[in-house]
Design a protein around this ligand. Sequence first.
Ligand code: NAD
Length: 466
Amino acid sequence: MSDRYGDFVQSSLGKKVAKNLGLPLPVNLDRFESGQRLVRGSVLVGSATGDDKRISESVARIFSDLHAEVFVNSSDSIKDALADADIEAKANTGGDDKFKVLLFDASNISNADELKQVYEFFHTVARRVERSGRVIIIGRPPEAIDDIENALAQRALEGFVKSVGKEFKRGITAQLIYVAEGAEQNLDSTLRFFTSARSAYVSGQVVRVGKGKTFDVDWTQPLGGKTMLVTGASRGIGEAIARLLAREGAHVICLDVPQQQADLQKVASEISGSALMLDITNEDAGEEIADAAEKRGGLDAVIHNAGVTRDKTLANMDEKKWDMVININLASIAKLNHYMLANDVLKDDARIVCVSSISGIAGNPGQTNYATSKAGVIGLVDATAKQLENNAKGMTINAVAPGFIETQMTEAIPFAIREAGRRMNSMSQGGLPVDVAETIAWFASPASGGLNGNTIRVCGQSLLGA
Ligand code: NAD
């Protein structure tokens, strides 16, 4: 979809005009392409002082695996962990070096005074982050901490990260990763996602990494040998998800309504997947999916992407519009999950990923039906995650909540509202379907067993509901 203003401000005249008028200045965001290095620039790592080195050690091992160019401040205690991981870290001399990634292990911060260490680490380098840079803080989940001073300090990190995300601009993202005690070894997939261009349009997010079972993967084809079903795969975000999962090695069963047959078959054949023409609200949808899955030995993941909008103010909304949206976007997902879990359509260690929306978090005029359905999806994920945690099959469920993504769905929005939606975020632009797809591929990875019950917004840190 075209973003004429976004294109205009890439020219030198456009930049001048926008600057003088104080208009938003979107930059071209780095996006991942196969074969590229994950971290495209230098990394400055640091840690708060303290005895617990487990997160620093895990971070050092991952950057060693990534062959990243690592810098460190001279007195920082993370130096030992870097040396143990055979990283010859360069000294951050406070000169002109620019950084693509700033990462701070804040897990040892245990009271309000110690938060000063976060200020000290980031303050001196705040002007030295490259375009499309990454700011990452790692902490411990406050809800698992009994000590009040410690819990408030860890919770405080959220305000810092979200403010940095709004302040730094130039496509720079900021995230907070809470790692549960004992889950330090589960950081790989999450750190790889957030340090790379894969997370181009994800910012201001809080992710929780837990102790779930993870698997070693070939990072060039992390979904190799897996079978994954994507609903609503004939176009838009669903098509991008199907293409990306296939790029990462999966066989994708592409599902869409029979009216979309031609487009669906085109997508499926281009990615060497299979096509399943089916309305997910059909009474026997579960059985049909089970049949298709059985031919491939079961499903390793299901991506509930299909969704519709039927916008009207509540006073003008007829019953049909309400029923249709709730039925497709929410009730059918709950029903299909129930069927698939009860009938072993999903294999052990399977991943369920749902597509919600920031509309379900913030609410939107004219979208009582849609926002209800998408908030319900988050409720479904929260409740199912608790069940999966206890059922020993290693399955996980997570959701993405896209903001303004450039698709046919958003192209249909009236111009003024569309332009507001596009600009009201830290990136000053809409996201692309691939941004949602990358986030889903991260959740769908066998290496992401530590992620369960997360809802991550893919919204460029939209102001709506933030
Ligand atoms: P889209 O309309 O382009 O694609 C949706 C697909 O779902 C279509 O191919 C459609 O045929 C299919 N579908 C609809 N009802 C179905 C049914 N009953 N059975 C099977 N397939 C069905 O929409 P999109 O923009 O690609 O959105 C994809 C998902 O992302 C939706 O869940 C949407 O709510 C969500 N989302 C989109 C945006 C955005 O900005 N585009 C923002 C937030 C959330």
